[in-house]
Design a protein around this ligand. Structure first.
Ligand SMILES: [Zn+2]
Length: 141
């Protein structure tokens, strides 16, 4: 069990909770816990000064486009490009947007290539009648 210690907020001595032990710095009073939490938040924000600005920017440039089939959606439509341009400038936004288009086309072609490869391999493995049934679109009897 941790020994009694002074509360860093009110200064009164308290007995730390057995599970918190040495980590507990404030007594159990509501005001002291709130003040300790507030100070911890201030310290965290001093260590992560860009966190809120970054989060707000992410919210601004991201469009909720979760409607429809995932693969039928245009991934580039999930970015608010006008907000991105405002944030990083015209040149950087255009480069990022064009890079996104190249990657989207590359991904589409890679998937098509894989599908064709799988079809070719299956044709070698499946017996001839099964292939004919698949080609005819026949289901189980
Ligand atoms: Zn206290």
């Amino acid at each position: 069990m941790a020994r009694k210690r002074p509360c860093r907020v009110c200064g009164k001595w308290f007995e730390p909770h057995p599970r918190a032990g040495k980590r507990q710095r404030a007594c159990g009073q509501e005001d002291c816990r709130r003040e300790r939490h507030r100070r911890a938040c201030v310290a965290w924000h001093e260590q992560h000064p860009d966190y809120d600005r970054e989060r707000r920017l992410r919210d601004r440039v991201r469009v909720d486009a979760t409607v429809g089939e995932p693969l039928a959606r245009d991934p580039l439509a999930e970015i608010a490009w006008d907000a991105a341009r405002d944030a990083v400038g015209l040149e950087a936004a255009v480069i990022v947007e064009e890079t996104g288009k190249v990657l989207a086309l590359w991904a589409r072609d890679a998937v098509r290539q894989q599908a064709a490869e799988i079809t070719r391999k299956l044709a070698k493995v499946l017996p001839r009648p099964a292939r004919d049934e698949i080609a005819a679109g026949a289901g189980p009897p």
